[in-house]
Design a protein around this ligand. Sequence first.
Ligand code: UGA
Length: 442
Amino acid sequence: MPGTLIGMVGASPQKVAVFGAGYVGLVTGACLASLGHRVIVRDVLADRIEALRRGDVPIYEPGLDELIAGNAERLRFTTDVAEAIEGADIVYIAVGTPPTYSGDADLSAVWTVVDELPQIERRTVVVMKSTVPVGTGEKVRHRLDERGLQHVGYASNPEFTAEGTAIRDFLGPDRIVIGSFRDEDGEAVEALHGGVDGPVVRCDVASAEMIKLAANAALMTRISFINEIANVCEATGADVVRVAEGIGLDRRIGPAFLRAGIGFGGSCFPKDSLALKQLAANSGYHFQLLNAVIEVNELQKRRVIGKLHSHLGPLRGKTVTLLGLAFKPHTDDIREAPSLVLAGRLLAEGADVRSWDPVVDGTALHGVEIADSPEAAAAGADALVLVTEWPQLADVDWVAVGATMRNRLLIDGRNMLDPETLRSAGFVYEGIGRGPGTGGGS
Ligand code: UGA
């Protein structure tokens, strides 16, 4: 896939500065370069910029290395603000906006970028890619005006790329959302996307900011909804996999994001749900549904512990293996991953915890033993918990694995495996929401 994207020149070339060489900044920069623009990515982290100049991409995202290498002549990296801004038509802000203790988004990195913009003479448009609370654009506009930068435009162009498919999502999006105060600023951002095939939604800045938060909230709501249906399936004997299929065929509902499991994680959903909850609360509104979505998700991560108890009794001294650590496959990201909560709970219960992940370096999980294959992680264990649906797990020889285990129990936190295959390999198999008689709690 990525090979075909290199150098797909479509838009009239512009000079673009991207502030932030993190996940969003690098994907944005590389994709814009592949559209034929001249891009310079700026970050404060000198080591990161040095690595990128050498061709070492600091994040794991399928196809990104190739896209960066294939567009090297149009893609530069710097720590220097003046060098980045020199001649830029468009300045993207793609810095992190992590949650603060209060749950509000921490915008300090955004403000640093806005405040360090030099006195730009030309007509440049500052474009917000970072996820920010509704109202941020208004404040940035005000700050630019105060600094005598009235001629500098402002637009909101939120990102909807998912980790693992980010390049495909950027270059073949469901939609491109562009919010602006002035039409010409929106037009400049739209022109930048020439060559990208997808509907464009042009709107005011506040609505663009809200579209981003609401889209993620809608996706999270679907996940918590299907997880609650799964929990009711467990209590009543239905199979949530069939239920999701049955409701997903209704065109008004659709099949996406109806995979029940052990809850959502990652760098976006947990953070953005808190940010939207706080945004509403700060405006005097109690966002009841979103609160429930968050709470259901927290409880969902912990339900696996109850399943282990019901099969093994007290977990002290038992060896439990986590298959997968990343919050989802095809990423090395463990931010807010269910594996972190599971590992913490299991260690607190006195269990010995082992893990395997093909990409995540698990050294950050203190007290968890890391194995280099699913087979090695399973040997001698009392239970396996499938945490991340890595495709490699589909090829495991479960008969051979089961023969090395102290007790053959597998909790499939992603409903990835075929219950009958596991049962015929001698396992007690339990999925999520796959009630008795349907592949569930034998
Ligand atoms: C998400 C959104 O999908 C992107 O559109 C958005 O741009 C991004 O957040 C962001 O705000 O930056 P991402 O966090 O990379 O992307 O991952 P997703 O594929 O959406 O998965 C999020 C979590 O939901 C994962 O833990 C996944 O396992 C879980 N999930 C997803 C389910 O439990 N069930 C499903 O049916 C789908």
